[in-house]
Write a protein that binds this ligand. Structure first.
Ligand SMILES: [Zn+2]
Length: 111
């Protein structure tokens, strides 16, 4: 079994909600924009690694944040902001996991 297969096998569903999200590993909460830290009436969930396969991986592994609709548009239109978030999330992931595990999940490293 490869490292990737073994790691995926260990991914058990923890407290996944009805929409398929496990709790985020980042410091984010509903009603607060992760980028600006402003309170806002409505936040949306942004999957930090949002490619075809990675979107689901992001949900299951808690690699997502709450953002305002404006910040969400910014992330998806500004490569720098998107990359900053990807780097930050990988750093937090690697507090408890190896780089190899990150690569096995996401397919590449941003660090
Ligand atoms: Zn998004």
């Amino acid at each position: 079994m490869t490292v990737a297969e073994n790691y995926r096998r260990k991914l058990t569903v923890r407290k996944m909600d009805r929409n398929g999200y496990n709790p985020s590993i980042l410091d984010t909460c509903d009603g607060e924009d992760y980028l600006t830290k402003d309170e806002c009436l409505q936040t949306v969930r942004h999957e930090i690694y949002f490619g075809t396969a990675n979107r689901k991986i992001s949900k299951v592994n808690g690699l997502w944040v709450n953002v305002s609709p404006e910040s969400h548009r910014l992330i998806h239109s500004n490569r720098q902001v998107d990359l900053r978030l990807k780097v930050e999330c990988q750093m937090i992931f690697e507090c408890e996991h190896s780089r190899e595990e990150f690569r096995a999940l996401i397919g590449k490293s941003y660090l």
